[in-house]
Design a protein around this ligand. Structure first.
Ligand SMILES: C[S@@+](CC[C@H](N)C(=O)[O-])C[C@H]1O[C@@H](n2cnc3c(N)ncnc32)[C@H](O)[C@@H]1O
Length: 288
């Protein structure tokens, strides 16, 4: 069974597919994610600004995707230069467009590379003061090797921030007015069966000192989440739907399809009872 491990894809599988269609779908989800969860990203980068002293001037974003992290970091850390690495040309193309739109293109360099292969080109621009890996480590074929290579690229005293999602976001109230109450819980129970992973041991094995492991509990109501919430909710539920066919009861599948049908009165786009809740954890590690 496929197990969507967090919004960022089926654990260890999606993101490696090079079909540009799937990359575009993933990029749209990540962009909507960053738009809705902007208050969380602000908190996270604000925390990094408190602990990184001096402020990082050279930043490496591993598995940058369309660059929501690179952009947040470029904004947070004024003159810093960011190197964004991803295996997907499509993701990096979107990143470059966004960087230009945000006026930071001169400070973000994109590098198309497979981080599962030797990191020959990735030293350029380093050593780095901050290495950022958001929703990426679970994609790595050999996370221990990835962390060892990251260790080599960060300067002594520099930081690595690893972020992973603990739980896929939830959007619906218990009773949505159609079908049996508890649809979303059942959907998660059958499609998202892996417990969150603790990276502390791997980080220490790679030579890092783990300074913090901080869970961010994110709870935003409709107003706080802003106008992108219905779009974001629909993208996420569509992703779960694609894994639910053989594992969710037929009556629940029918209700889910009604929710995802934009023309229906109960459809996501027309609901005013949406909210978002999710948990993400960041490990803050330092190279001694
Ligand atoms: C779930 S996305 C996260 C993107 C971004 N960090 C974010 O938080 O929005 C994972 C990214 O890792 C990239 N990726 C997966 N395997 C990779 C590899 N072996 N080398 C480089 N990038 C890879 C994918 O192309 C995808 O953009």
């Amino acid at each position: 069974m496929n197990t969507p491990h967090g919004i960022h894809g089926t654990h260890g599988h999606l993101g490696h597919g090079r079909a540009s269609g799937s990359d575009i779908a993933m990029a749209r989800m990540l962009e909507a994610d960053a738009e809705v969860l902007a208050p969380y990203l602000t908190r996270l980068t604000g925390w990094l600004a408190e602990v990184a002293d001096p402020a990082p001037a050279r930043i490496l974003d591993l598995g940058s995707g369309p660059g929501t992290g690179s952009l947040a970091l470029a904004h947070r850390f004024g003159p810093a230069r960011v190197t964004a690495v991803d295996i997907s040309a499509q993701m990096l193309h979107r990143l470059n467009k966004q960087a230009a739109a945000h006026g930071v293109a001169g400070r973000i360099r994109t590098l198309e590379a497979d981080l599962d292969a030797p990191w020959d080109e990735i030293g350029a621009g380093g050593p780095y003061d901050l290495v950022w890996a958001a929703a990426f480590l679970h994609h790595a074929a050999d996370p221990a090797r990835t962390l060892a290579q990251a260790f080599e690229r960060v300067r002594p005293g520099g930081l690595l921030a690893v972020t992973e999602m603990d739980f896929f976001p939830r959007f619906l109230p218990e009773d949505i007015g159609i079908g049996r109450p508890g649809l979303e819980s059942r959907l998660h129970a059958v499609t998202n069966t892996r417990p969150p992973r603790d990276w502390t041991g791997e980080l220490m094995n790679a030579g890092f000192t783990v300074e913090a492991r901080r869970p961010f509990d994110i709870r935003l109501d409709r107003t706080q989440a802003g106008p992108a919430l219905p779009r974001y909710a629909r993208i996420c539920l569509l992703r779960l739907r694609s894994h639910a066919t053989d594992v969710l009861d037929a009556d629940d599948l029918a209700v889910l399809d009604t929710l995802l049908d934009e023309s229906r009165p109960h459809g996501i786009a027309r609901r005013n009872d949406l909210s978002v809740s999710t948990t993400r954890t960041t490990w803050l590690a330092r190279r001694p």
